[in-house]
Design a protein around this ligand. Structure first.
Ligand SMILES: Nc1ncnc2c1ncn2[C@@H]1O[C@H](COP(=O)(O)OP(=O)(O)OP(=O)(O)O)[C@@H](O)[C@H]1O
Length: 284
């Protein structure tokens, strides 16, 4: 873990804006988002298209062309992301901040064995021998509760099940010891049992390593049960920030609408509510 004081925010975001010039006009995906986070689990929820993933990508400086990212401040572990050059970015990505995606297919190299990929990631960030990198890779696989790391080490990604592939990806992202991990819908492609196992692994790793975790999801219930704090997004803006334990005290009508739309076992026979949107929620 890099040496930053426990009190310093791991992440500082002020006035973040991301827009895309498209043939259909300017898409303002993120419209002035500000937040800070420490060693905590922070959820970002909102419906599809509200800008959640774009925030994650902006933090990694991975917004694709023609995206334009601006802001007053975007700092990870005290390092400025907005002004970082390619070399700085290599150190930042993996070293300070890493991202796991919904599907390991997009993060793992399909033609490289799992162990080799993890070792490569480690050796990009730490001066260690091949032998030491291999030992660290094995440790990383064990840390995500893979009981037979030797076998997984030699596998290609397609030889792993969805849950195992997800664990291997988490192992790779954590092997470089980042301060902040962004998990973008990390479990939505997994069945419920495997989902619970992967969340338990993330929870354990985050609390043992004292990292910050950003969990991006459209699932308010999941995020509220897993995270300490929740940012609720609507149309590119944060409309509400809540302690996860205080969801019932949400005041924004969009958040209240999300809560009202959740199915409840006690009301199995009643119709699910649908959200009534107010155009005023999108106004800056
Ligand atoms: N490369 C791109 N080019 C043009 N528009 C984009 C691009 N990437 C994202 N957008 C637009 O930015 C907005 C926010 O997208 P984003 O993927 O961040 O939303 P999201 O909340 O993560 O949604 P989802 O849950 O579906 O992933 C959407 O309107 C999307 O169409």
């Amino acid at each position: 873990m890099t040496s930053i004081s426990p009190e310093a925010p791991l992440l500082e975001v002020e006035g973040l804006r991301v827009s895309f010039a498209t043939q259909r006009g300017l898409v303002e995906a993120v419209r002035g988002v500000s937040f800070a986070m420490g060693r905590e689990k922070l959820g970002i929820v909102g419906e599809s298209g509200s800008g959640k993933s774009t925030i994650g990508r902006a933090l990694m400086r991975l917004v694709p062309s023609p995206g334009v990212v601006t802001g007053q401040k975007l700092k990870v572990g005290g390092k400025d992301v907005l002004s970082a050059n390619e070399r700085d970015l290599q150190g930042l990505r993996g070293g300070k901040i890493a991202m796991i995606m919904q599907d390991p297919k997009f993060s793992l190299n399909p033609v490289m064995r799992i162990g080799t990929q993890i070792e490569e990631a480690i050796r990009m960030h730490r001066r260690v021998t091949r032998k030491a990198a291999r030992a660290h890779a094995m440790e990383a696989l064990l840390a995500v509760r893979i009981s037979n790391p030797e076998r997984v080490y030699h596998c290609f990604p397609h030889e792993l099940s969805g849950g195992m592939g997800q664990r291997a990806m988490i192992a790779m992202m954590l092997s470089t010891q980042p301060d902040v991990l962004i998990a973008d819908e990390p479990t939505s492609a997994l069945d419920v049992t495997v989902q619970a196992q992967v969340l338990a692994i993330l929870d354990d790793l985050v609390s043992r390593r004292g990292m910050g975790l950003i969990m991006i999801s459209h699932d308010l219930e999941l995020v509220a049960s897993f995270c300490d704090r929740v940012l609720v997004m609507y149309a590119g803006r944060i409309v509400e920030t809540l302690e996860a334990s205080a969801l019932s005290r949400a005041v924004h009508p969009y958040t209240r609408g999300l809560i009202a739309c959740l199915p409840r076992l006690s009301e199995a026979s009643s119709r699910l509510q649908t959200m009534q949107r107010d155009p005023a929620w999108s106004q800056v």
